[in-house]
Design a protein around this ligand. Structure first.
Ligand SMILES: [Zn+2]
Ligand SMILES: [Zn+2]
Length: 791
């Protein structure tokens, strides 16, 4: 018997039971004949708490896993953790101070494990169903080993290389970053019109970055700009007194400022192009900390300070014509939000530029859900101009496995069987000259780790049989905002390393915005904590919100309305199940009862038949909001508002003569509740498990691994469907009439007239009309279909 109320205790009970009976376990044995469905689960960053975006995305593929299990798949659902991020490093730094490297790493491991335990508890609380035996952590030696192995293999083919290139650099973090980690920030700055001098004439040059004047190596104008034609290739003097060339170039924007632009080494990407085009000298403008170098008296100042000081000096010297406010987009580091610079630096790179079209083509072989999202990847791939810089000047990360011999000038990798290695902690001598080598000091970009997640979960280069079973994975679920990083790098790296595209389907979710439609953030104080929502509404309510959250790959505001709807649906389902259970308690299921169905029974079974087909189709295409909406509609409206009302009089009928009709109603209720519960199970596994156990109180058998409902063709019945549509319309008219007259259901309506040209069809619904409508007499008359009250 169901308890009075659905509660979180019930959810906890089933979470424990499912764990106890290992029902999420992947069957590794070769005897298992079930087809495999493998998920390349996203490893969340180990922040210690799930946010609403996690809840959405993890619910999405948990629905897929639960559905596939019920469809008879041997589901492989591992869970990983992305541990080596910059935020963890900052937290450890803050908490323990910068100690020596060994101690730092020890703390990092402790911290990370602590965070993982917290997040794991939240995942269990949400009813997620990974097989915890396949947990992995990017911080573990095993993971490092695989990442390093992947690097050695790419080094052998020349796809990993060390070189000096201009790269994006975050002075705040003191590290190289990939272009994919840079985001745009709009801000208002000043456009300064500075006085340059050419052949005794003043030439105004507009710039937002006077702090880069010392790195100015040329000044350019557009060849069609007649104002400057006479100065072509003359010497021009910067306000700092330095002489450079004044060059015509077609790529200059005539409309910006005065149509003249100063080229500074690595001022921006276009500067890099011009520097190489005109073989201009290279002057490094900043050091790693964002301080000026090669700038004479301004050396050592940070960019913002230098800007102020230089402008002050130039103004004093009368070298500033005017200043205008200017809205501009600056590139900032997505992790710390601080402006980034271009810097020439020796770094490790993975080749991506040459593979752009291959990556785009490979992406087309993956099935994208939704389809349009592939353009996020192809647009990005077409836009990639530089290789991927993978080295980061940080501590917490997978060490890049190379030593450098200064004498021979070569890089020396370890042997594969020595992995994992940490060149920072281990000295080695050069195999050629015997000289002591220097271990590489930087670590890998986190995406280097996570871009081989399909190889990790499939035990690449470790267990060939297992690898062949799992790889390529069936499903890669991920957030839409990391397509240009995680999806892009994974497709590329795994394809290069195995020759095969790493996954067959990619399922994308968007971001969860705050209820006000803004991005959730601590500073805006609009964050919603899943734990609080969970406490108030239960996991199954939260899971319905995730399913309801609408179109894939779109950002959407968090909706308390959906959560509340989810919760009230649980209450409705619970009460319905209690009612049905009460009537089924003494009922022994018998297929023969099918022969005695009334039209209403046939109608609801026909609806159930269609619901099974629709829900199955929606789950096959990952369209969860369609699936859950159909289920809500069926249970709440068709079953509760109509069908239950139609059969009540039969269920309470004690006349033995009507026993067959009563049993037919019970047969129908049995099938409706059982199958609706199964269809709902991937979304709301806890409540449906509790309901299911009324019918199958066998402790080894659970709804979550029972078989998916079949749509029996004998349930299909279009005729009954049409008749009951008429009945439903009459019923809602009767309800309206009662409401108008302020009559309760107990008040009998003395008489109604029903008009129809097919009186024989009304016969089938007459009992329901009278009994459920509480009508004394129904008079059937010829005429257009209608119902009329009173005499
Ligand atoms: Zn930064
Ligand atoms: Zn050497």
């Amino acid at each position: 018997m169901l308890e009075n109320r659905y509660s979180k205790e019930i959810e906890e009970k089933w979470q424990n039971e499912w764990q106890k009976y290992n029902i999420y376990q992947f069957d590794e044995s070769n005897d298992c004949k079930k087809p495999i469905y493998s998920i390349d689960t996203p490893p969340p960053f180990t922040s210690g708490k799930l946010h609403m975006g996690h809840i959405l995305s993890y619910s999405y593929f948990d629905f897929a896993a639960r559905y596939k299990r019920m469809r008879g798949f041997n589901v492989y659902y591992p869970q990983g953790w992305d541990c080596q991020g910059f935020p963890t490093e900052v937290k450890i730094e803050k908490k323990y101070g910068m100690k020596d490297r060994k101690e730092f790493l020890k703390h990092a491991h402790e911290w990370t494990n602590d965070m993982i335990e917290k997040m794991k508890a939240q995942m269990i609380m949400m009813g997620y169903s990974p097989d915890w035996r396949y947990e992995y952590k990017t911080i573990s030696p095993d993971y490092h080993k695989k990442v390093q192995l992947s690097l050695l293999k790419m080094y052998e083919t020349g796809e990993l290389y060390n070189a000096e290139h201009p790269i994006h650099w975050c002075p705040r973090c003191g590290s190289a970053i990939a272009k994919a980690e840079a985001s745009d920030l709009e801000r208002t700055s000043k456009l300064n019109y500075l006085k340059f001098k050419c052949k005794e004439d003043i030439i105004l040059v507009a710039t937002t970055r006077p702090e880069m004047l010392h790195a100015c190596v040329a000044v350019l104008f557009h060849p069609e700009d007649t104002k400057y034609a006479k100065y072509a290739n003359e010497e021009i003097e910067t306000p700092l007194g330095k002489k450079v060339k004044f060059i015509p170039d077609k790529e200059v924007d005539k409309e910006f400022g005065t149509g003249v632009v100063m080229v500074c080494t690595f001022g921006d990407k276009q500067d890099v192009v011009w520097t190489y085009r005109y073989k201009l000298p290279i002057i490094d403008a900043f050091d790693k900390y964002g301080k000026l170098i090669n700038a004479g008296k301004y050396d050592g100042l940070k960019a913002e300070q230098a800007k102020e000081k230089i402008m002050e000096d130039l103004e004093a010297e009368g070298k500033v014509e005017k200043k205008e406010p200017l809205k501009q987009i600056v590139k900032v580091h997505d992790r710390c939000g601080k402006p980034i610079e271009l810097l020439r630096s020796k770094q490790w790179f993975i080749k991506v530029k040459d593979f752009s079209s291959q990556i785009s083509e490979d992406a087309t072989k993956v099935k994208w859900h939704p389809e349009f999202a592939i353009t996020y990847l192809t647009d990005w791939a077409n836009f990639v101009e530089w290789d991927w810089v993978i080295s980061r000047e940080r501590i917490l990360g997978t060490p890049i496995p190379f030593w450098h011999c200064e004498k021979c000038g070569t890089w020396v990798p370890p042997n594969e069987d020595e992995l994992p290695v940490d060149p920072r902690l281990e000295d080695r001598n050069c195999p050629k000259c015997g000289e002591k080598m220097i271990g590489e000091n930087s670590v890998c970009d986190c995406w280097v780790d996570s871009s081989i997640s399909p190889l990790i979960v499939s035990k690449w280069q470790e267990d060939e049989e297992f690898f062949n079973k799992i790889y390529p994975c069936d499903l890669r679920p991920q957030g839409v905002e990391i397509i240009r990083t995680w999806a892009y790098y994974t497709i590329h790296r795994c394809k290069r390393l195995t020759g095969k595209i790493p996954f067959k389907n990619i399922l994308l979710n968007g971001n969860v915005l705050a209820p006000d439609g803004k991005k959730m953030s601590k500073s805006l104080n609009n964050e919603i904590q899943p734990e609080e929502v969970f406490k108030q509404y239960s996991a199954d309510a939260l899971r319905q919100w995730a399913a309801l959250s609408g179109a894939m790959a779109k950002d959407r505001p968090f909706s308390y309305k959906d959560i509340k709807y989810g919760k009230s649906f649980l209450t409705k389902l619970w009460n319905t199940a209690k009612f049905i259970e009460m009537h089924l308690r003494d009922y022994e299921y018998d297929d023969q009862d099918f022969d005695n169905l009334r039209e209403v029974d046939k109608w609801i079974l026909n609806r159930l038949h269609a619901l099974i087909i629709d829900t199955t189709n929606h789950l096959e295409t990952y369209e969860y909001h369609h699936a859950i909406k159909g289920l809500h509609e069926f249970v709440w409206h068709e079953v509760c508002d109509y069908y239950l009302e139609y059969v009540k009089y039969r269920l309470y009928d004690e006349n033995p003569e009507n026993e067959k009709s009563k049993r037919a109603a019970k047969y129908t209720l049995f099938n409706v509740l059982l199958n609706a519960s199964k269809l709902l199970s991937p979304f709301v596994p806890h409540i449906t498990e509790e309901i299911y156990q009324i019918y199958y109180p066998d402790p080894a058998k659970f709804i979550v691994n029972s078989s998916w409902p079949q749509s029996y063709t004998q349930w299909r019945n279009q005729e009954a469907q049409e008749k009951i549509i008429v009945l439903n319309e009459f019923m809602s008219k009767i309800r309206q009439y009662r409401a108008q007259k302020q009559m309760s259901m107990k008040d009998e309506i003395p008489k109604v007239k029903v008009f129809t040209y097919k009186p024989e069809e009304i016969e089938y619904i007459l009992d329901e009309l009278k009994n459920t409508g509480n009508i004394k007499t129904v008079e059937i008359l010829q005429g257009d279909l209608a119902i009329q009250f009173g005499n």
